[in-house]
Design a protein around this ligand. Sequence first.
Ligand code: CLF
Ligand code: SF4
Length: 526
Amino acid sequence: MSNTAFVSIGDLRRGRQALSPVAQILETAASGGCSTSGGEGKASCGSSGGPDDMPAEIWEKVKNHPCYSEEAHHHYARMHVAVAPACNIQCNYCNRKYDCSNESRPGVVSQKLTPDQAVKKVVAVASEIPQMTVLGIAGPGDALANPKKTFDTFRMLQEQAPDIKLCLSTNGLALPQMVDEICKYNIDHVTITINMVDPEVGAKIYPWIFWEHRRVTGIEAATILHKQQMLGLEMLTARGVLTKINSVLIPGINDEHLYEVNREVKKRGAFLHNIMPLISEAEHGTVFGLTGQRGPSAQELKAVQDACMGGANLMRHCRQCRADAVGLLGEDRSDEFTLDKIDAMEVVYDLDKRRAYQEKVEVERAAQHEAKLAALDAVQDDDGVDADMKVLVAVATEGHGKVNQHFGHATEFQIFEVSKAEALFVGHRRVDLYCQGGYGEDEQLPSIVGAINDCHAVLVSKIGACPRDELKAAGIEPVDAYAHEFIEKAALSWFADYRERIARGEISHEPRGDARIRQGAFTAAA
Ligand code: CLF
Ligand code: SF4
């Protein structure tokens, strides 16, 4: 193996005067990312951090990146281009598909693109969606196992659309050798999928890697991969590149081990740790799907994420995107930008127009922040109810950080954990669409209600009589009183009202049961 000398974090820290971005990343990682609104173990750390929680230079990098900032994901979009089909390892949760339009999971695309086609597509999307701020290369294979296609795309895009942030995702095997190239193209955000720091665990996840012109298997393969991942992470930190670690939570294989992964990547300066559920279905044809390896429930996922708090900052709003996704996280507009449709479009890349739109977004975002602070003040009043009470609230939203979607139009609910201290985004739940163009599909209701069964309320802009009754019967309060208000303000206002009703003796607080979450299948690293 070449280039395996480890850079110690002590060495990195000693270089802080010369490399101030490095010191900033290390300090942000070490502090839990929070100086004013959070701190070690506080729930508001991680991708929920804001400008007060990190150095200005880092905030500049994350403020409009929808994956690196939870708040930004309500407002800004990303897109992926499928220029990287090959991979240099095999994961037991992966089965790539290159012409599939009906599976929504990483590793799946409708069409592979050349770098020229990819850049044309990005410029077309950027001209139509001014809030699209990030281009990611996330497969369908591994971005760095296809270095020419990946870096050609970044180089050409940087020339044509310099305001778009560049992001890539890798399994890390080829990472150390690519760090210079990554820095050359100002790629400020790199995701490494790290599922283990113990090769014994790794051997259960990776059947083989392709390394130095041969296929390597078992513990030897996992050991090489682990060393490359750690070295690559340390090298990126040393160069001031923000890193996010994706880990696939595989019950019985690495669920208890991810705490250790979290601590190890924190030591090496990882900015975020995104623990995602394995979604394992036989029809996707993955090894885990075919052998019956199950994915975790929403509660199991949250328990592992909660256990990791106080370590590397957590990201909880990942949507496990396709490798050709376009739009806000959770939506996919790639059908609007197929190559034939782009050929027919009049593409005008207007930087001023994009900037003007993004300035408007920032005004809206500031208003959202103010509304949250005002609502937090309101919920602080001592009402005599358990001060430590926390409840989950489901929210239907189409974006802009508002409660602005009908119950029947939701294909996912965002889940917020609400307390007197905050309204914290803790995940999302995918559901089947209830409204089928003019009528409600009542057969879907039990599964929708089951998916949010651990929530005390669901906030929507509108809801029909039938689902309203079904939710009430299940003990979930349907709430449309905060339609078109900002989500956190709405959730905190509902919570204040809920507590007042308890204080007045009108209702009693009951704990909620487990949600029944449908699982899908997870593959590639994004
Ligand atoms: Fe894409 Fe990944 Fe960049 Fe985001 S996705 S390459 S960091 S721009 Fe984001 Fe999608 Fe989750 Fe990835 S929601 S799968 S974390
Ligand atoms: Fe390669 Fe990613 Fe698939 Fe793993 S999940 S085999 S790294 S493309």
